[in-house]
Design a protein around this ligand. Structure first.
Ligand code: SAM
Length: 250
């Protein structure tokens, strides 16, 4: 197929990834719904349920982009602890364009800005002191990070002892027929949608390609363990199209 033969992802550095997200920032939320048929919303809801944050949690959402996880966290806390304002979410992303879209969404949807902060920073070198956060999330972000091991080590560093690491990411489908259908869809349809809806074939082709290059469930769990986390586990979502990995800082 076009994708298998293409060299797009070779030597993809930070500048390339930065450009991709600058290009897609304005269309990102619309494209997420279109490409996943809205399923990413269910995955993200389940992700927050799995996190099951305690009262006063300070969450760090890395590669937080336009704020999807942060907003769901705040909605969840509002529902679970009405009137409580002791929790907080820090959204950290390397791309200011994505953060700007997120800030506008926060205003539009009326989120209390004392509960959310937006920080420009790199997952591989987080601008936070050691032992700062109760929870660390990264949703559809870690596969875009050039040095995944460095990002995992940083997540471990900034978490408080006992803190939880939770990652939502595309993963490997193991059921053969579904894997074939998924390949057909992602390789042939997503870049076309990217071109038609956002006028940007190349960025969406990169996004598909980055999914295919990402380690499978078991290998990624091993990488999380290597960063020092314990009680590492994962759950497949939609036959492994995505997976949630979790672990705890000792
Ligand atoms: N977390 C959001 C979500 O689930 O919808 C956004 C995911 S978006 C696919 C990936 C995000 O990762 C982009 O906003 C991009 O700027 C960010 N990103 C890529 N490399 C990064 C890095 N090294 N550090 C922090 N963010 C990064």
């Amino acid at each position: 197929t076009t994708l298998v033969n293409c060299n797009l992802a070779k030597d993809k550095g930070e500048a390339f990834v930065h450009n991709v997200f600058s290009n897609v920032a304005d269309s990102y939320d619309k494209m997420n719904d279109l490409m996943s048929g809205g399923i990413h919303r269910l995955w993200k809801c389940y992700f927050i349920k799995t996190l099951d944050p305690l009262k006063s949690t300070h969450l760090l959402d890395v590669a937080g982009g336009t704020g999807d996880i942060a907003f769901r966290f705040l909605d969840h806390m509002k529902c679970k602890y009405p009137n409580d304002k002791s929790h907080k979410v820090t959204v950290c992303d390397i791309n200011e364009n994505m953060l700007e879209v997120g800030k506008k969404r926060a205003v539009k949807h009326g989120y209390d800005d004392s509960l959310i902060e937006w920080v420009h920073g790199d997952a591989q070198k987080l601008p936070f002191p050691d032992n700062s956060f109760d929870a660390y999330t990264i949703s559809f972000g870690i596969r875009n990070v050039v040095n995944i091991d460095a990002a995992l080590q940083e997540s471990y560093r900034v978490l408080k002892p006992g803190g939880i690491f939770l990652c939502l990411e595309f993963s490997k489908v193991r059921t053969p027929v579904i894997a074939d259908l998924y390949d057909l869809y992602s390789l042939n349809i997503i870049p076309v949608m990217g071109e038609v809806v956002a006028g940007d074939w190349r960025s969406y082709q990169y996004l598909v390609e980055s999914i295919r290059k990402f380690p499978d469930q078991k290998d990624f769990a091993d990488m999380i363990r290597s960063a020092g986390f314990h009680l590492v586990s994962y759950k497949n979502l939609t036959q492994g199209v995505a997976a949630i990995h979790m672990g705890y800082k000792r």
